[in-house]
Design a protein around this ligand. Structure first.
Ligand code: P6P
Length: 336
């Protein structure tokens, strides 16, 4: 149930019962992410004040060491999720291995694991371009109360129970799904509350925006090259426009609102693509499908890919359903 302008807290409470595993833990988990997002948002927005707060590696006026923002974001999300004693494990782009959360309560019943990209697109911060946090939530598959194992993280994307992102842009938004559609909440920084601003977000079936780093064109599979030319040479008035921010969360967010497709294909420098399956592609694919869109590697549905490693990469085509299907047609016909 959605009411425009209700707070995220009200939304979680009012919709908790509709969540099939509803036991309040997932609600507390989303609330933890909300808190961490506000803390990171504050720091990201300060980043432009380098000459005041000091560049990375320097100490600021309080004598604190100025951390890289992705390190800072990673620490904040891990601290917040750990303190709330809700999850039994965390995997992060910033951590080589997963982190087992050994709860103070040896009888802990924590059943969720979270995978995060704490600050995706962080290289854009220095040029004041929006960046984002991406998160993915699963129920553990190993016995509750025992230490979490790698198999708890290497689950197919179709097993996710929740996924979402925070986009730190002209405004800060938290967009997430628990499998009952996608809802977007905008932060009112004056009072620190997120308000439901984009209920029931959905990709249009067709779109007119394609997002890809065309600098890699020569490296792309022939099917991708054919699709890009199809967009550029479409008969009649060209319905397509190219928009590429270099920040997955921002490109995805704009395409979901306006209609479009994001592509990060494989290439010589990225033989399996650049994006990570577990904490970038799977959560965005879950959101895309919940918003009537589609996501694949050009052949296989992203959520059906069986993971083999925490940081594995896959090619990623995601957005308006008919646009993704058109790319898949070209990949079927022309392939690599
Ligand atoms: P390229 C950011 O590093 C990121 O992971 C995504 O957010 C973004 O879409 C992509 O990589 C940009 O990569 O190679 O085009 O600079």
């Amino acid at each position: 149930m959605t009411r425009k302008n209700q707070t995220l807290g009200e939304f979680i409470i009012e919709n908790q019962a509709s969540f099939k595993y509803s036991s309040g833990e997932l609600s507390r988990l989303i609330n933890s992410i909300r808190l961490a997002a506000k803390v990171v948002n504050h720091e990201v927005n300060k980043a432009g004040l380098v000459d005041i707060i000091g560049a990375v590696g320097e100490t600021n006026i309080q004598g604190e060491n100025q951390q890289k923002l992705d390190v800072y974001a990673n620490e904040k999300f891990i601290q917040t999720l750990t303190k709330r004693n809700i999850v039994c494990g965390i995997a992060s782009e910033e951590e080589d291995d997963f982190i087992a959360i050994n709860s103070q309560d040896e009888n802990h019943q924590n059943k969720y694991v979270v995978l995060i990209d704490p600050l995706d697109g962080s290289s854009n911060i220095d040029v004041n371009v929006s960046v984002g946090t991406i998160f993915s939530v699963y129920r553990r598959v190993t016995p509750v109360g025992t230490p979490v194992q790698l198999k708890d993280f290497l689950q197919k994307g179709s097993e996710q129970v929740a996924a979402g992102y925070v986009v730190y842009g002209t405004s800060t938004m938290l967009v997430y799904t628990t499998g009952a559609g996608v809802n977007g909440f905008t932060l009112n920084p004056a009072i620190g509350s997120f308000y439901l601003s984009h209920p029931n977000m959905s990709f249009s079936e067709e779109g007119s925006i394609y997002s890809v780093n065309e600098g890699n064109y020569q490296d792309f599979p022939l099917g991708i090259k054919k699709y890009i030319k199809y967009c550029q040479e479409e008969e009649g008035d060209r319905p397509y426009t190219s928009r590429y921010i270099g920040s997955l969360v921002s490109d995805f967010h704009r395409n979901m609102i306006k209609g479009g497709i994001y592509m990060y294909p494989k290439g010589s420098r990225n033989p399996n693509g650049k994006l990570r399956l577990l904490y970038e592609c799977n959560p965005m694919a879950f959101l895309a499908e919940q918003a009537n869109g589609k996501a694949s590697d050009g052949y296989t549905r992203t959520l059906d890919v069986i993971p083999t490693a925490l940081h594995q990469r896959v090619p990623f085509i995601c957005g308006s359903k008919k646009m993704v299907e058109k790319v898949e047609e070209f990949m079927q016909e022309f392939g690599e």
